[in-house]
Design a protein. Sequence first.
Length: 358
Amino acid sequence: MKLSLSENIRSFRKQRKMTQEKLAEALGVTVGAVYKWESGQSQPELSLLVEMADFFDTSVDVLLGYRIKDNRLDSALERIRSYCKTLDPAAMTEAEKVLVKYPHSFRAVYGCATVYLAFGAGNRDPQQLRRALELFEQAKVLLPQNDDPRISDSTICGDLSIVWLLLGEKEKSVELLRKNNAGGVFSSDIGALLSVFGDAPEEAAPFLSEALLSGMSCLLTAVVGYVFLFRSRNDWDSARDILYWGIDLLTGLKTESKLDILEKTHAEMLVLLAYVQAKSGMREESAGSLKKARDMAARFDAAPDYSLRAMRFADHMEKTAVFDIFGATASGGIDDLIGLLKDQRLADEWAETAADGQ
């Protein structure tokens, strides 16, 4: 607990334009006593503290420089998070106080578990990591209290897996993820662990492939979402930049010699780019993007293939069928996308471009 009594005595004295001699006279003490208080060499007795606080028209806690902590759970957890930002060990001291006060609170137990994980990971301290393990297991029991949609049994399993890995228990870490990999949520972690630490790296291939597909899908979906967000802001530069990035990502994952569902997705992204380019005043570039989209759509629709056989790096994906939320054909998907954009000029230009290609 940090107090600032000496500084406060000096500050209050100077506010009243008093010398040390005058303050000593007012309190009935020696000048040397006041000097020692202000230099931190000694502290006044309790009765003098009360008298001095009254003299300065303040309270004893203000004179001491003591601020009462807000120990409600939200405030305590926020204080702990602030300590964690600088890896201040006081975070763990505060965490244990919270656990004593709120031993059956999910937010308290889970929040403190993450503190011990952060410090245990940074310090490679087995004791701190085992404390994290204990708290995460306790948090699973208290999970019915949870009202944070970002936290679930699955995410806690992910936390536990990290702790086991840091404790050198790689097999336990992977096995925990395997048992909780619904929807491939941990495929990237499983694949990386098997590849980096496993005795049979090839076992990682299907997990890495699934993760690559899922990651690409999430990123491209986010790109489309960003385009509509930036449109609402009339921020066409940002919309164009994120589309360039998304199309580069997609192009880098395509095998040019083969066609599959990625060709359809590429055509749809090019139509979005054409729309944004037109809004940016890039009419010639917009027309070029529409023509590329038309040619890609025609290639896909001539021989539709909903597999991922043209996707680079992804093993074991030849038999995987993928569908997007837009039309079954590439041309149908583009029509759906243009409908969402509600841009008649783009619709007319697409119809004209499509007709020219026939």
